[in-house]
Design a protein around this ligand. Structure first.
Ligand SMILES: NC(=O)c1ccc[n+]([C@@H]2O[C@H](COP(=O)([O-])OP(=O)(O)OC[C@H]3O[C@@H](n4cnc5c(N)ncnc54)[C@H](OP(=O)(O)O)[C@@H]3O)[C@@H](O)[C@H]2O)c1
Length: 272
């Protein structure tokens, strides 16, 4: 039944394209069971051409497809415009939002007749199927609803149901903003490489490959990062010297402060 479902996507940008491509690649859905629409046709036309899924010229046309799940994959600031188009239409499907900062309250106000409403928070690595997504249901889901939602969200990588909507703000500060922390650390490593005398090209290459290589190592072992760190830290060696400097400068407190700032901003934006 899950794979017989019809899915509609509002938005056909980076995230929706990743979801659609992955769902088709995994054989979870057939192209004719999926439909998308976008604001200016450009992205939806491209996605439809690339994958063979259907394309609607407007939201009413999208709804005429009678989807089982309506996925909201446009930008959060576009919800108001979309909701106004929906105001005179009854949406009775499951509504799944991947929009950052839009609360279950706002979603259920915009879609009062929805079978169920889900707020989810994916992250950027989802674009290559390596993401992690947290989600919450408005109403306790039945087995089919749970199955179809996890099926769709797993197209971006791993997915986990959260205990409460507050956890969305917590994961936003960890997985949502987290890739940027790693990118910033990579930039810092590259700058340091140049500062200690490596030519620019080598600084870039060595910093980038170190981060990607270490991430892959992490992904390919059951060991906790503490253990991996110990393995490369010989007593009185170079790594120990560096780690002592990081500890003296309170790296963990710096990271905690950053995470708390992101969480506070997530709460602020959700309440705006
Ligand atoms: N990118 C990420 O890693 C990431 C991570 C977490 C959450 N998210 C969430 O995922 C959502 C999509 O992000 P994205 O990066 O995929 O965005 P994106 O690439 O900019 O795509 C946005 C899509 O929404 C469409 N759109 C805009 N206004 C619309 C309207 N009125 N009706 C129908 N479609 C409309 C756009 O159409 P046009 O191209 O025609 O304008 C485009 O296809 C956002 O809400 C974001 O918060 C993204």
């Amino acid at each position: 039944m899950v794979n017989d479902s019809k899915l509609a996507f509002i938005g056909a940008g980076k995230m929706v394209s990743a979801m659609v491509s992955s769902l088709l690649r995994l054989g979870s859905f057939k192209p004719e069971d999926l439909i998308c629409c976008s604001a200016n046709d450009g992205t939806s036309e491209r996605l439809s051409k690339a994958t063979g899924i259907l394309r609607a010229n407007s939201i009413p046309e999208l709804l005429a497809f009678e989807p089982d799940v309506l996925t909201l994959g446009c930008k959060p600031q576009q919800l108001a415009e979309i909701a106004s188009v929906f105001s005179d239409k009854k949406v009775e499907s499951i509504v799944l939002s991947i929009m950052a900062g839009i609360t279950l309250g706002r979603l259920s106000d915009s879609f009062p007749d929805a079978q169920n409403v889900i707020r989810s928070m994916p992250n950027t690595p989802g674009q290559i199927g390596e993401g992690i997504t947290g989600f919450v249901f408005l109403n306790s889901p039945n087995q089919l609803e749970y199955q179809i939602v996890t099926n769709i969200l797993s197209s971006l990588g791993e997915s986990f149901e959260l205990n409460s909507e507050e956890d969305i703000d917590r994961i936003t500060a960890i997985s949502g903003s987290g890739p940027a922390y790693l990118f910033e650390f990579t930039c810092a490593l590259e700058c340091a490489a140049k500062e200690i005398g490596l030519p620019e090209k080598l600084a870039n290459k060595f910093a980038l490959q170190t981060i990607t290589g270490a991430s892959k190592l992490l992904a390919n072992t059951d060991l906790h990062p503490e253990e991996l760190r110990s393995q490369v830290t010989s007593p009185n060696g170079t790594t120990q010297a560096a780690l002592e400097s990081l500890e003296k400068n309170n790296l963990r407190k710096i990271v905690l402060d950053a995470v708390e700032a992101a969480k506070a901003r997530s709460i602020e934006l959700s309440n705006a």
